[in-house]
Design a protein around this ligand. Structure first.
Ligand code: NAD
Ligand code: WQD
Length: 356
């Protein structure tokens, strides 16, 4: 049997993707340092599959390790061979993702995001593992594009986190150019991944104070946080609040599988895809939907614009539809319902109040 290495597989998007991959019959190695996640996310993936009648323990092996250490990655490839489950492809989620933290501490972002990606691709080549799907971000587009944004939009990230994502895309492109006949690489530019698995067993559990709107709304929804600060009501949008393209994490998980299977079945190439719904939602529209589907109130107040924000960021995802026949199935109501369900069942995330 062959296997897939999922770096950062215990994290938000990683855990949901692991679930979908195992359901499809894939065998996985998860490499994660748990710097921003809990082992319990993977235990809960196994629980969900158990409820569905599948004993997943044989299909997933979790290894704690820092992907910045080349020897850690190499050891895992060797282990997969010894286990007779050689790694044949990689989904690379591991990394740090807070824009604000990256401005305060660019060094750790370059080290964690870029160096680890260099280590990974080098070790992959050592073991003749030639397929990688990489978590890039819409943040690479920066401030200058008009939505909906196509993959050929202007690339101009405006923070260190975004710079690392663009640099990794370039790094992979350079490796592809020098190994043209071999590598299969996909850069997936996610827009705003949100929601949770409908079971409420896994979801988004950022360590520390959340910055993104969904974890904040969810905390306000259950009363852990008093109100939501809405960053600006003077943007040039329908109601003055910022517009984003929110995409359900389970749809995103499916996008990874389609991408991986496309690469497996096609010749060597490097491809870059937007993954979003193509639908823009303002902050006020989001609050309204969250309140309605969950029958609750979200107290909020308008505050100043957040530095570095854009007015509108919406994907043109037509290329994903065309290339890998991927389109989202879930809408904003599902995202709001599943987010609230996750937060209600796990008010303090996986590890309880001490984690917050
Ligand atoms: P996450 O923080 O929940 O998951 C990242 C995982 O990587 C965590 O489990 C973390 O512990 C692990 N990790 C971090 N540094 C590591 C290291 N040095 N060695 C091993 N493991 C390490 O984040 P997520 O939301 O699941 O995002 C996954 C990927 O998608 C990230 O690369 C992120 O930049 C990218 N992305 C996320 C979003 C988003 O809004 N969530 C949007 C676009 C792109
Ligand atoms: C969404 C909207 C805010 C919080 C970030 C990263 C991006 C990507 C996704 C990783 C905006 C408004 C937010 C709050 C608010 N991550 N907002 N009050 O900024 O689109 O993207 O996450 O790659 O790189 O930059 O997402 O959820 O922070 O904000 O009013 O407390 O909600 O102004 O309009 P963003 P977000």
């Amino acid at each position: 049997m062959e296997s897939i290495l999922v770096t950062g597989g215990a994290g938000f998007i990683g855990s949901h993707t692991c679930l979908s991959l195992i359901k499809k019959g894939y065998c996985l190695y998860v490499l994660d340092s748990f710097v921003n996640s809990s082992k319990l996310s993977i235990s809960n993936v196994i629980k969900i599959l158990e409820i569905d009648g599948l004993d997943a323990t044989e299909f997933i092996d979790i290894v704690k390790g820092d992907i910045r250490n080349k020897s850690t990655i190499r050891d895992l490839f060797l282990k997969s061979i010894a286990d007779k489950k050689p790694i044949k492809s990689v989904i690379h989620f591991a990394g740090l993702k807070s824009v604000a933290e990256s401005v305060r501490n660019p060094s750790i972002y370059w080290d964690t995001n870029l160096i680890s990606s260099l280590n990974l691709i080098e070790v992959m080549l050592e073991f003749d593992c030639l397929t990688i799907v990489f978590s890039s971000s819409a943040t690479v587009y920066g401030l200058d594009n008009k939505s909906p944004i196509k993959e050929n939009g202007k690339l101009n990230p405006n923070n260190p986190y975004g710079n690392t994502k663009l640099a990794i895309e370039k790094l992979f492109n350079d490796f592809f150019q020098s190994n043209k006949k071999k590598l299969k690489i996909a850069n997936l530019r996610y827009f705003n991944p949100v929601g949770a698995h409908p079971s409420g067993f896994i979801g988004e559990d950022p360590k520390g104070i959340p910055n993104n709107i969904f974890p904040v709304i969810a905390k306000v929804a259950i009363g852990i946080q008093k109100k939501l600060n809405v960053f600006g009501n003077d943007w040039p949008t329908v109601d003055g609040t910022g517009i984003r393209d929110y995409i359900h994490v389970m749809d995103l998980a499916e996008g990874h599988i389609r991408m991986l299977e496309f690469l497996e079945n096609n010749e060597s190439q490097i491809v870059t895809l937007n993954l979003g719904t193509g639908i823009g939602t303002s902050v006020l529209q989001l609050i309204n939907t969250y309140e309605k589907v969950n029958n609750i109130k979200i107290p909020f107040q308008f505050v100043h614009r957040r530095s570095g924000d854009v007015s509108e960021l919406v994907a043109d995802s037509s290329f994903a539809k065309k290339l890998i026949n991927w389109a989202p199935n879930k809408d904003l109501k599902d995202m709001c319902k599943d987010s609230f369900n996750w937060q209600l069942k796990n008010p303090y995330g996986f590890n309880g109040p001490q984690n917050n």
